[in-house]
Design a binder for this molecule. Structure first.
Ligand code: HEM
Length: 459
């Protein structure tokens, strides 16, 4: 008899009924384990408090309504900016309405399919650098892999955006300061999920504002230098140059330095934490399923050429892509998103008053027991089944959906697939049995005490 494959770790659920204060306390620790088990089966859940009402929507057509059919009626809540504004200013992640639309018109062309091909050499170089960095750690002793995936993802962002590696003095300083910033801000989106009245003390800290100022000063330096290079006709053809030279097709205006700094900050924050989390979980899942790891290693032989491969090589990494997709399903880096309704709504025969919190949860949707076959198990082959294909269309949104879909979705899929293949081609990844990861969500879904693996060279 064969033993069933182990299920990947899932956070414990809280008791069904708890007081508001207990909920807030649990929420501060981790938004995943603060939720009850029933949300994995519910189509909608209402949460009433004296201060606000929130509605988690898991029913695919409700999610569709909010994100795709009438997104302008469900803007991002201003409360999201509670903790983010000092760092992100007026970035595309926080804005709404006409400002947001103008920003997307300038940013989106830089991430279109054709441009992805241009960023490929920089991604490849970042992957090779990650393989080289891990060499000293590949001695069979436990390694905390999130720290490495974070380093690699930050390297990808700096190389593709500004054509500089993470070793560059300013890039390295931004990376360090970001880590410090996140340490001072334990629950980034608390304000967005739990809109407390004004008299409740906020969790803002002086240190958060200070690190945000340092990061913005560093990014301003990079942006100003680039502006000078663009004027001199000496700028490299990377994402920063593309974005800074794109005119809004409707107004003819460009980003000024300050608005560009806001966008660079969000590219770094949204593009590095998320990709790092997904890559670390994908490596963990492959350690848990050595059969899949061997398949990925075999597929990665297409990367064997000593010279830089063509961009088209990514399309040959289909199985690796499905592994990465499955990692994004089980551990969506952005586990929940919040919107606010502008108009009175009726959801599932219940009145939803104006200004309620509409919570969309990739975490619950991706593990929904009434939608997915065997939702908690790791099975990249599911995407070839009828259920998998159907759920990909209606119950899978690691990058959100609709007009506010992640700008970097295509970029992140290429990056994740490529780096996963490069790493697994070079090393074997094994579990550290004594240190199984416990998923928790702060800014992104991470291992509570990191994600520990043992690495050994394959050759
Ligand atoms: C695996 C990697 C990634 C995941 C899972 C991810 C996920 C998401 C999600 C769920 C959102 C929507 C958030 C919301 O509406 O509240 C988002 C927005 C965004 N992401 Fe990503 N992201 C990833 C990588 C990237 C990368 C690499 C970049 C850029 C280089 C990026 C840039 C952005 C930006 C600018 C937004 C704001 C879009 C808007 O509001 O119009 N992301 N991302």
């Amino acid at each position: 008899m064969t033993t069933p494959a182990p299920l990947p770790p899932k956070p414990p659920a809280r008791a069904d009924k708890v007081s508001l204060w207990r909920y807030l306390r649990l929420f501060r620790q981790d938004i995943l384990s603060a939720q009850p088990q029933r949300l994995y089966r519910a189509w909608m859940a209402e949460f009433r408090t004296p201060f606000f009402r929130s509605y988690m929507c898991n029913q695919p057509d409700l999610v569709d309504l909010v994100l795709k059919q009438r997104p302008d009626d469900f803007p991002k809540s201003d409360r999201i900016s509670e903790g983010l504004r000092p760092l992100l200013g007026n970035s595309v992640f926080l804005t709404n309405g006409e400002t947001w639309k103008r920003q997307r018109r300038i940013i989106d062309p830089a991430f279109e399919g054709g441009r992805l091909r241009d960023t490929f050499p920089a991604m490849w170089a970042a992957g090779q650098a990650a393989v080289a960095r891990l060499n000293t750690a590949a001695d069979g002793k436990p390694v905390e892999i999130e720290a490495h995936s974070s380093h690699a993802a930050a390297d990808v962002i700096f190389r593709t955006l500004f054509s500089i590696p993470i070793e560059h003095a300013v890039a390295a300083e931004v990376f360090d300061q970001f880590r410090e910033h996140q340490r001072t801000q334990p629950v980034l989106n608390l304000g967005a999920f739990v809109p407390l009245p004004k008299w409740v003390p906020r969790f803002h800290r002086k240190k958060t504002r200070e690190t945000a100022a340092v990061i913005r000063a560093l990014i301003t330096q990079l942006t100003q230098d680039r502006m000078v290079a663009i004027r001199a006709g000496e700028a490299p053809d990377d994402l920063a140059t593309k974005i800074m030279t794109t005119l809004d097709p409707e107004t003819g205006a460009r980003f000024d330095t300050e608005e560009m700094v806001d966008q660079v900050a969000i590219f770094f924050l949204a593009g590095h934490e998320t990709s790092a989390s997904a890559l670390a979980w994908a490596l963990y899942l492959l350690a848990l399923h050595p059969d899949w790891q061997e398949k990925v290693a075999a597929e990665a032989h297409v990367l064997a050429s000593p010279v830089l491969p063509e961009f088209s090589v990514v399309s040959k990494l289909r199985l690796t892509r499905d592994v990465f997709r499955e990692a994004l399903r089980l551990y969506p880096p952005v586990p929940m998103m919040v919107r606010e309704n502008r108009c009175p709504e009726t959801f599932r025969k219940r009145d939803v008053p104006v200004g309620s919190q509409i919570v969309l949860s990739p975490w619950h949707l991706h593990r929904h027991e009434r939608l997915w076959d065997d939702p908690d198990s790791f099975d990249p082959a599911r995407f070839a089944t009828e259920n998998g294909k159907d759920c990909l269309r209606h119950a899978y949104m690691p990058f959100s959906a609709g007009q506010r879909v992640c700008t970097g979705a295509g970029f992140a899929m290429v990056e994740g697939t490529l780096l996963l293949a490069q790493l697994v081609r070079a090393y074997r990844f094994d579990l550290v049995d004594e240190r199984p990861p416990v998923p928790v969500a702060h800014l992104t879904v991470r291992g509570k005490d990191g994600i520990w693996l043992r690495l050994t060279p394959r050759d």
